[in-house]
Design a protein around this ligand. Structure first.
Ligand SMILES: [Zn+2]
Length: 210
């Protein structure tokens, strides 16, 4: 797959040198691949990325970086339906990236607490998180989110929990690799109730290295 040619920086408008992925003037990355890259930005700056990715997609709707980047912007803006649509397409275009599965799971969950999700959505979220873990077995945030979803949906609804049980997943979340941004986005974007697993997510903050 050919990468799109970037002519100007989406953030400051400076001309971009050939094959550069980062602005030489304002140092912005042209393509975002995780939420930490937009988390600290103003809505104006996020909108600049949205416009840039949309215009790239108009030229080439198979550009995985632009499709995934647009999905991440929508997730940051809490437009969960649009985020899910583009992250799913980004996942199909570049199925080797574990983070896209994780962010797609977050988009499907939206602001609903896991306990009240539909069974179809819960199973979809589980499949996505398991796929992220199979691509990266140290993906701590994916283990933690899967533990929270399984505890809240199955255990608290009195249902039999399939697969690896929440307590074991939490153990893996503690020993895996954490990105502080993933942790902060999880706490801010989704809706977690007060229960032991969600409290544990908050507590995990202490062991996360930035
Ligand atoms: Zn720039």
């Amino acid at each position: 797959m050919m990468a799109l040619t970037v002519e100007t920086c989406p953030q400051c408008g400076a001309p971009a040198s050939a094959n550069r992925r980062k602005c030489e003037y304002c140092k912005s990355e042209f393509f975002i691949s995780d939420l930490s890259q937009v988390a600290g930005k103003s809505s104006t700056e996020v909108q600049k990325y949205v416009s840039f990715y949309k215009s790239n997609i108009a030229k080439d709707d198979g550009d995985a970086d632009s499709v995934t980047g647009l999905g991440l912007c929508y997730l940051q803006l809490k437009l969960f339906k649009e985020a899910a649509q583009f992250l799913e397409k980004g996942r199909d275009l570049a199925p080797e990236r574990p983070s896209t599965y994780f962010y797609l799971a977050m988009a499907i969950m939206g602001r609903k607490r896991p306990k009240i999700l539909s069974r179809t959505d819960v199973q979809k979220v589980e499949e996505l998180l398991e796929a992220a873990i199979s691509l990266d077995s140290d993906y701590a945030a994916a283990h933690a989110l899967l533990a929270i979803v399984r505890h809240d949906y199955y255990e608290l609804n009195g249902l039999r929990c399939p697969g690896t049980p929440p307590a074991a997943l939490v153990g893996r979340a503690k020993t895996g690799k954490w990105a502080r941004a993933d942790h902060e986005r999880m706490v801010e974007l989704n809706n977690y109730p007060d229960n032991e697993y969600c409290d544990l997510l908050i507590d995990l903050r202490a062991i996360i290295k930035s």
